[in-house]
Design a protein around this ligand. Sequence first.
Ligand code: LFR
Length: 467
Amino acid sequence: MGSYYLAIDIGASSGRHILGWLENGKVRIEEIYRFENHLIEKNQHLCWDLDQLFQEVLAGLKMCKQYNRIPQSVGIDTWGVDFVLLDDKENMLGDTIAYRDSRTQGIDEEVYKIISEADLYHRNGIQKQIFNSIYQLYAIKLKQPELLQKAHSFLMIPEYLNFLLTGSIKNEYTNATTTQLVHSTTQDWDFDLIDKLGLPKQIFGTLYQPKSSVGQFRQNIQDEVGFSAEVVLPATHDTGSAVLAAPLVDGDSIYLSSGTWSLMGVERMIPDCTEKSRQRNFTNEGGYHYRYRYLKNIMGLWMMQSLRMEFKHQYKFSELYELAKIGDYFPSYVDVNDVSFLAPKSMRQALQAYCEKTKQEKPETECEFLSCVYKSLAKSYAETVREIEAVTGKTYTCIHIVGGGCQDEYLNLLTAKYTGKDLYTGPIEATALGNILAQMLKTNELKDLIEARECIKKSFDIKKVGA
Ligand code: LFR
């Protein structure tokens, strides 16, 4: 049996500590700890509670000690784009405002006064999302310039948690690409662009690749959790880790990383930063071993999660599928990527307003709301598949769905029906697995990405939908 490796995988709605090891050529995993994550309101902004998240990180590490499962290394991944700024005494500047906050509204236009939207895309190939770090940083520059004046370092969320564990600050490449400030050809910070925008260059540190070491736990952390381990960089962007562990065969399949967001696309060796690609709003996110994830962000299970919070009765997810099925007769569709669904005060009202605006029947019952969202999401997947095929000039035979969302059997059936493709589901814990695989690749327990993906195929039950 190989060494233990620990993935701390934190998403927008939950986090988990997953332990992984190799046994007879297969990856085994065990969930050690799970916790909730959600947005909080602070000083009129939607924020992340990083103090609480770090306490959860420690709580999971203590459970490792309690179960006597001491990992040789630990990797942290989270969602992308969000960051903290530290001053020269390593104190946090301001609150950790979350990407769903509205502070970036209108900031895109301010950025385009300096560089056009098209030129921006040609440099980095990153899909325009109003919450990308570039717009968040520019919002700080315009509204709270004193924070940037005092800033000494820029850390994305996993890097900040790593810093709290080890005392060392290291920026990581895959997550950095989500800032829209990394050049697609040099694969390094685009200091020309950073300069043009008047952002302080010195806060952006050397970019390290997955498999780099961050350092050992600080003494106070060792004392608190009861052991020491090396903190290693996986692909710290969760989607980067998820796709690393997707059982893809080079070139023939589309992946769908399904969670709070649905990320659908293909893996490519060369980025496409052309105008045609920009107009279709595809992104080229940096991946493990300099591969690119050519994908689209689709609003995802956030819509179901938000509805579930609003319904008076706390339905289990499996009950939501049943309700959606009952509402199948409901005729209206929404564009799930419409900005009104990003952070509405009420998802129900946002859905009704959209249907009213587009002169369609408004959903009224729980079944109708859910059916509308389920079918609209599946329809958006189908459109994305068609766009991927149009832009790459290739026909793909199948879709691999990974992540927690692949357990939604009703959504899977709808996706198969709307896309007309063969669908394979699993692994559910792809993100944590990708994180663990990077650590195994670091110690050479696995040779390379191809072997890592083969190992996933051997180790997990990858199911064909409808078979
Ligand atoms: C998924 C994800 C997406 C990113 C979004 C916001 O969890 O990381 O890849 O676009 O969250 O960061």
